[in-house]
Design a protein around this ligand. Structure first.
Ligand SMILES: [Zn+2]
Length: 100
């Protein structure tokens, strides 16, 4: 799912509603969202530019270039980072979400 596809899906909902993640279809939990980051912002052993965590690598840094080469992985990939498990969830979420 792309960022634009997610934006389109979210636009159908109340902008003041809380967003949660329904996690693990085998044993569902409702989780808060801790935050949003990108693959480029994650720590990487190949980094030579000494960038700060949460910032992009400099141009030419092997860590930034390597991220573009692995199958299906790009530095611009966006992660919704799971927060607290708030309560048990429902397997019905996976059925309901297919209708989108
Ligand atoms: Zn770097």
């Amino acid at each position: 799912m792309t960022v634009q596809e997610l934006i389109d899906l979210l636009q159908e909902h109340d902008p003041e509603a809380e967003v949660r993640i329904m996690s693990q279809d085998g044993w569902p939990f409702e989780c808060s969202i801790f935050g949003v980051t990108t693959r480029e912002e994650l720590a990487d052993d190949d980094c030579e530019c000494g960038r700060l965590l949460g910032r992009p690598h400099d141009d030419g840094c092997p860590a930034a270039e390597g991220q573009e080469q692995e199958d299906g992985m790009e530095g611009r990939d966006v992660f919704l980072v799971e927060g607290q498990q708030e309560r048990y969830g429902s397997k019905s979420a996976w059925i309901a979400a297919q209708r989108c």
